[in-house]
Design a protein around this ligand. Structure first.
Ligand code: PLP
Length: 392
């Protein structure tokens, strides 16, 4: 006999990216050299002024609890950054600092959902959204999107078709993992119209907002209309933009009525995000943007190399990613399901790619490639794929 573990906890699946990496570790232990195109975090170092600020915060004894909404200096720095970078005009009372955007998203779900409420998740989706909705007592409802020449687009009608009387929110991720898309204004307006018509929250995951390449522009859905601003709560972080994944620093930008609720939940669940990291994050906003620019330029070169290389492989269609550090390549149905193809490429060629099935059933004839790795590794990986593909 042992006490019962929650059924929900037992029903949650693990991460496909982690599972692929574990399988690769086993091959590596046998001597195979692995090219990892699975990893979802920057390979760059954190900008030096950020590390220096963290060390200084420790030396100055700043390791105490801070306001559960976040350090006032940091919230002020976020307000300035969001206004100048994204045209979002809010004051500090709208900002709630969290443990990464995982923390922001989970806090938001808990703040807006009651048991049985439905949340529309645009497919292809980042896997944890559905688990977070369930953990908050809600029900995730996937709305699969169509493609044009291998490129996923958002069609508002498909979101509208998924709305029921129980729908409470829509999750919108732009720049969009795993597709590499940066949503256009008309796509965002379409989503905002559905939200307005059915009085829904818009949960906007903007964690890749700094990773947008020439010719594309990150538009926050909160900026498309005053109504959208009043129903959008943004979740974002410094993880991808400032290469600070392990530092766990994110934040919500919420409408007036919601921010105090988020603060309350943040307090109950975490007390506050780590104080030392909050001091360091002030330095990221004040001195880190030139480093972000350098990283973006490097990602853009990698993106070009990846798209060029993949499109030279017979059968593969890889639309040029507009943002993020992911390319989502379409593969012929005749090659088999994405998991089987990814397993074969790992076992026989030592290349980790994430199967599209991890992002929803409609994505099964796709493979996601992360270019958060050096140009040299990209060249080696693409050469291996060229030798292994097409599959017969
Ligand atoms: N949202 C998306 C779409 C992501 O891809 C990730 C990480 O991979 C996150 C949120 C979470 O990032 P973090 O909690 O490090 O901010």
């Amino acid at each position: 006999m042992s006490p019962k573990i929650s059924e929900f906890a037992q029903s949650t699946g693990g991460s496909t990216v982690v599972a692929m990496r574990r399988a690769a570790d086993a091959l590596e232990a046998k001597g195979m050299k692995i090219v990892d195109f699975g990893v979802g975090e920057p390979d760059f170092d954190v900008p030096p002024p950020v590390s220096e600020a963290a060390i200084q915060a420790i030396q100055q004894g700043h390791g105490k609890y801070v306001d559960p909404a976040g350090l006032p200096e940091l919230r002020a720095a976020i307000v300035d950054y969001e206004r100048t970078r994204h045209g979002i005009k809010v004051d500090s009372s709208a900002i709630v600092v969290t443990n990464g955007s995982y923390g922001a998203l989970s806090t938001i779900m808990r703040a807006v959902l009651d048991p049985g409420d439905e949340v529309i998740v645009i497919e292809p989706f980042w896997g944890p959204y559905r688990q977070m909705v369930k953990l908050s007592g809600g029900v995730p409802v996937a709305a699969a999107m169509p493609t044009v020449e291998g490129r996923f687009i958002v069609e508002a009608d498909r979101i509208a078709a998924a709305v029921t009387p129980k729908t409470r929110a829509i999750i919108v991720n732009t720049p969009w993992n795993p597709t590499g898309r940066v949503l256009y204004r008309d796509e965002l307006v379409g989503i905002a119209d559905v939200a307005e018509k059915h009085d829904l929250w818009i949960i906007a995951d903007e964690v890749y907002s700094e990773l947008v390449y020439e010719g594309s522009e990150h538009i926050s859905i909160s900026s498309v209309s005053p109504d959208a601003a009043s129903r959008t709560v943004i979740a974002t972080s410094l993880s991808k933009s400032f290469a600070m994944t392990g530092w766990r620093l994110g934040y919500c930008i919420a409408p007036e009525a919601l921010a105090p609720v988020l603060t309350k939940i943040n307090h109950i669940t975490t007390r506050c995000a780590a104080s030392i990291i909050q001091y360091a994050a002030v330095a990221a906003f004040e001195h880190g943007l030139p480093f972000v620019e350098e990283m973006r330029n490097e990602y853009m070169e990698r993106r070009n190399a990846v798209a060029r290389g993949l499109n030279q492989i017979e059968g593969v269609i890889c639309p040029l990613p507009e943002g993020t550090f992911y390319a989502l390549a379409q593969i012929p149905g005749a090659w088999g399901g994405s998991k089987a193809v990814a397993d074969k490429l790992l076992n026989e060629s030592g290349v980790i790619l994430t199967p599209g099935s991890a992002y929803g059933a409609s994505c099964d004839h796709y493979l996601r490639l992360s270019f958060a790795t050096s140009l040299e590794i990209i060249e080696e990986g693409i050469n291996r794929l060229r030798r292994a593909l097409p599959l017969s």
